[in-house]
Design a protein around this ligand. Structure first.
Ligand SMILES: [Zn+2]
Length: 1035
């Protein structure tokens, strides 16, 4: 999935500065215990069968703790059992040990040298207290409920207590993860959506295989009203009715049997059910669009990743439970249906309905990849190799689909060759859905997109096309990475997402080189460090269990850091060959199966081609099993260079220490050879420090050539001064990636407190000569973030001085920008970043130009087009200078999605309080502004001076409505929390943020993004305390 609904077009003017994102470290133990598997204390292994969770009384009973070994095939249960156990033990204020709670040792007497009478009283007293405690402790949670306790729940203390189903019976399973005793083989799904009543009925026939003797079948289901259930052994005559139990807190249903189902048997469970179409963006949900004539058409689509297939049909909803699917959907005339596979036949049903039946999947598939759509879209199609490729959109946007079709066909060809495995299905549909929260979703054979991620006009700029190509490339890569080979569990989500992200840049560089995608990839790698520098970050591969934790895995660590470490690995191997061969071997070896991170590293190690015998597993484990990344400090004397590594941990607590070490492929160039790839040398730093010898004396060293490594470098005072001198003399002695990485690193070190702002200032001086895109966009991003922090802290005079400084630094470059169409994507990126900053800082000629263009645009009545990279700056200026209502009218009528979105951002950038309140409310209402745009609207409002406090109030007041639309932990909520809080830098703001989020309890208080928010505010505060004086002196 691509959860990021904003791509290049937004990245420059929505800086996520590390200053904003820095911070902190409060109660690290608590944070780590809850989130970081690496810091879990070692507990004895728990047998899943012995863990009993009775949620209403919040008690956990463990029988024979530590005595029973796990069945190998129940391994998956171990982690959840452990976590479940851990979380309850941690919550217990008494913090009793497992032994004292469950084996009931007699309490030791506290009476010393007692008299006989005292003894008797003591013993009696203790007996009474212990008895009462035991009685209260052992009473089931249902004791004081209206319905009382079911008979089955009367258990002796040594027997498990299971949760209670909705019908009052005991539910036979107590964990979030499903038992491994039953595996689904195939699903036969029939769905009958009614787009008038917004309901649907369904029938799911699941053929399954019994792996171990068991007396129950447990699977997932949410909000499905099961009306009929039957069960039979395969080849065993008639099916018999069975009772389905439901335990809602774990989103599970179960069927219990009196006789054991025997290992090796195959059986069939048939479930008929009815449900409402979802009103959110997941499950089987309804959507609609209004065309130019004002007619509204209703449609239904699905979004299942990660945990929502269970909302559309009862299923074993975990990625490792792969099965085949045969899907049938009924529809009215005038509608069409789509699913993963090609349509096999259509049957005319009696009541003017049609039943479309799709071919049975030829591959085993995880449930989160199933998809179906009922709509009236129109396609454009093309044959690519043996695949029919189609792009679908609502009828009036059909002409916006050509670019996606062309890009997808090139990319599909590329992947077929690159992976040496042909795309395995006969067709591949790319569908633009009017209401869609994520950027796109890689359902096998039926990829769904936001309209803005798939549709562009023929005259759209290359920068707008880059967004589409990039998302298409990501989702196509998933057809291999994720769909063909799937992570075993969500803890290794990065195997899907890190790889798809890496491949999206690699494939576009090869297939569409004019899109200059390498600039975006560099930016992505630098931004990934922001979150990962915090103590609340997590290892790439990390323990997850609850739905909220699963949602939280869709973050920059899984995607962007995942892609960054793959690039680092590839760059450090002797040649492209080993990396490519390794991933081909991995895909072939595990085709159709599920994998762990170690499988990938083993494949890459096995195809070792060089004589250096680099152990990929050894190197990469240090990057995937611990959070964060290293800071490499370098010093050189003559020809000897000393390197030292430590954890680059942004924390406001000076006592926090980390002993993490990484296996770092440190690359470097020096003044004698610095630009060509052949100049690059590599030194592997595995220990705390190391020494390397240069062939002779050098004037300066630049480490991390082209910033392909995921680490930050501190050159020391002398080293930085040498580099500053070199750049001042001739900035072209380093590649633009190297210059960008120096700018990024020095700002990061400033946040860490390693360099003064004066040193930052010294490096930035060379920028008045800089002409390339990425060093300038990086500097603008950092300086804009600093400006916003000063602004929000009401340091108005200092803010004004920073504004003058920035305008002066980039004066000649801003002045040289033209306002007409240009071809180069890189130049478009540079121009939009420069002009948006200049206009935001009220640079006069910029504002005047933007106003003139808007005026002409309105006067042309739709015939004039503003160059794509200039649209944002023009709409921002219009919204902020009296043309807000005009822009709103244009927004309502706009037909190009990317343009429409920029208009929305312009509207949200207003500084008029009434307009700010209107747009926030409208976003939530979802009529004129789609609710899916809420994260973008909030983010933009928060950037402005007038809006950030409004937005914070709005979020607090409407939290429940927001989490109704965007699940707790989801990327959308992560973004909202970050937007609202990352610019705070005072104690009072910190207190407000802490107080609000702690009041949410299970509605979001334990989200990682909340910890990030608190960390960031504390770091902002510290940075301000340290640097305000410097800023006053320097600016
Ligand atoms: Zn993805």
């Amino acid at each position: 999935m691509d959860p990021f609904d904003s791509h290049n077009a937004e990245r420059v003017n929505l800086p996520r500065n590390m200053i904003e994102n820095s911070m902190f470290e409060e109660e690290p133990d608590v944070v780590d215990l809850a989130k970081d598997s690496a810091s879990f204390p070692t507990f004895p292994a728990l047998d899943p069968d012995d863990i009993v969770y009775e949620p209403r009384s919040s008690r956990l009973l463990v029988r024979g703790l530590g005595e029973n070994d796990l069945d190998d095939e129940e391994e998956d249960c171990e982690s959840s059992a452990r976590l479940l156990g851990m979380s309850f033990m941690n919550r217990s204020s008494a913090h009793r040990t497992a032994a004292s709670a469950y084996t009931r040792h007699s309490p030791s007497s506290s009476c010393s040298r007692p008299s006989a009478r005292t003894m008797v009283v003591c013993v009696l007293f203790l007996v009474i207290v212990v008895s009462m405690t035991m009685v209260l402790y052992l009473l089931p949670g249902c004791t004081f409920t209206k319905t009382g306790c079911p008979k089955q729940n009367k258990t002796s203390p040594s027997e498990p207590v299971y949760p209670i189903s909705t019908n009052g019976e005991v539910f036979p399973w107590a964990q979030l993860r499903l038992p491994q005793s039953v595996r689904p083989l195939g699903y036969d799904l029939t769905l009958n959506p009614d787009l008038g009543t917004m309901t649907f009925t369904g029938s799911t026939v699941i053929t399954m295989f019994i792996r171990h003797n068991t007396k129950h079948i447990v699977l997932h289901s949410v909000n499905l009203n099961i009306t009929k259930a039957t069960f039979k052994q395969l080849g065993d005559g008639e099916a018999s009715p069975v009772t389905v139990l439901e335990y809602k807190p774990n989103q599970q249903i179960a069927v219990k049997f009196t006789e054991e189902l025997k290992a090796g048997q195959k059986c069939v469970l048939t479930l008929d059910y009815e449900a409402e179409l979802s009103h959110t963006y997941d499950g089987f949900y309804n959507s609609s669009y209004t065309d130019k004539e004002g007619d509204t058409t209703v449609l239904a689509a699905t979004q299942f990743e990660p945990l929502s297939a269970r909302k559309a049909f009862p299923c074993f909803d975990e990625p490792s439970f792969k099965a085949t699917f045969l899907i049938k959907i009924s529809r009215k005339e005038g509608y069409m249906t789509l699913s993963n596979m090609p349509k096999a036949k259509t049957t005319n049903l009696s009541n003017s309905l049609f039943l479309d039946e799709f071919e049975k999947t030829t591959v085993n598939m995880s449930t989160y990849l199933v998809a179906f759509i009922v709509a009236n879209f129109t396609p454009v199609t093309k044959n690519v190799s043996n695949t029919l490729l189609s792009v679908y959109a609502v009828p009036e946007k059909k002409e916006h689909t050509d670019y996606a079709l062309d890009a997808a066909s090139k990319l599909l060809d590329f992947y077929n060759t690159f992976f040496d495995i042909d795309y395995p299905l006969k067709k591949l549909d790319l569908v633009a859905i009017p209401d869609f929260l994520a950027g796109a979703m890689e359902n096998w054979g039926l990829i769904t997109f936001r309209e803005t991620s798939l549709l562009v006009g023929s005259q759209s700029s290359a920068l707008e096309k880059q967004v589409v190509a990039s998302v298409v490339a990501h989702e196509l890569a998933h057809q291999w990475f994720g769909n063909l080979v799937t992570m075993n569990w969500w803890n290794d989500l990065w195997l899907n997402e890190g790889f798809a992200t890496y491949m999206q840049y690699t494939s576009i560089q090869n297939v569409l080189p004019h899109l200059d995608i390498e600039n975006l990839f560099l930016d992505v790698r630098l931004r990934a460090m922001e979150k990962d520098a915090l103590n609340s970050s997590h290892a790439v591969s990390t323990e997850v269990n609850t739905p909220e934790q699963v949602e939280e895995m869709f973050d920059s660590v899984s995607y962007e850091k995942g892609a960054s470490i793959l690039l680092m690995l590839n760059a450090s191997l002797p040649g492209e060959q080993q990396f490519t061969k390794g991933i081909i071997q991995y895909l072939k070896q595990f085709s159709g199966l599920n994998t762990y991170t170690s499988d990938l590293w083993n494949s890459l190690t096995q195809v070792e081609l060089s004589t250096q015998l680099q152990n990929v597993s050894e190197m990469m484990n240090s990057w995937t099993s611990q959070k964060g990344f290293p800071l490499v400090t370098v010093s050189h004397k003559g020809d000897e260079v000393t390197l030292t590594q430590e954890h680059f941990l942004l924390t406001s607590d000076n006592n926090t220490r980390s002993s993490s070490l990484w296996n770092i492929p440190v690359s470097y160039v020096n003044d004698t050879c610095n630009l060509a790839p052949e100049c690059r040398q590599i030194f592997t730093l595995k220990t705390k420090s190391g020494t390397l010898k240069l062939p002779g004396n050098v004037k300066w060293l630049k480490m991390n050539y082209k910033n392909t490594g995921f680490y930050i470098v501190d050159y020391g005072k002398d080293g930085w001064a040498e580099l500053c001198d070199a750049l001042t003399n001739d900035y072209k002695v380093l590649t633009s990636e190297d210059r960008t990485s120096l700018i990024h690193n020095i700002f990061a070190l400033s946040r860490l407190g390693r360099v003064t702002f004066q040193q930052v200032h010294l490096l930035l001086k060379y920028l008045s000569n800089e002409t390339e895109t990425t060093p300038i966009t990086e500097a603008l991003l950092q300086l804009n973030a600093l400006y916003r922090l000063l602004d929000k802290r009401h340091e108005l005079e200092l803010g004004a001085r920073l504004k003058v400084y920035m305008l002066l630094l980039f004066k000649s470059l801003v002045g040289s920008q033209k306002w007409d169409e240009i071809e180069s994507v890189s130049k478009q990126e540079l121009r939009s970043a420069l002009l948006e900053t200049a206009c935001r800082l009220q640079e006069e000629s910029c504002i005047k130009q933007a106003k003139d263009i808007f005026k002409n645009y309105v006067a042309s009545n739709g015939t004039l087009r503003i160059p794509g990279d200039l649209q944002q700056v023009v709409f921002n200026v219009a919204a902020q200078s009296g043309d807000w209502t005009t822009l709103l009218d244009l927004y309502a009528d706009a037909s190009y999605d990317s343009e429409k979105r920029k208009m929305l951002k312009g509207l949200a950038s207003t500084q008029d309080p009434h307009h700010i309140v209107w747009i926030l409310k409208e976003g939530l209402r979802g009529k004129i502004v789609q609710t899916q745009e809420m994260p973008l609207v909030i983010d933009t409002v928060c950037k402005g001076f007038a809006g950030y406090l409004f937005a914070w109030d709005f979020i607090q007041e409407n939290w429940d409505r927001l989490i109704e639309k965007f699940p707790v932990g989801s990327f959308a909520i992560q973004r909202i929390v970050k937007s609202a809080t990352s610019q705070f830098s005072t104690k009072a703001q910190l207190a407000q943020v802490q107080s609000f989020f702690s009041s949410l309890k299970e509605r979001g208080s334990s989200m990682r993004s909340v910890q990030e928010a608190v960390e960031t505010i504390k770091l902002n505060q510290r940075w301000m305390d340290t640097n305000l004086a410097w800023l006053r002196k320097l600016l």
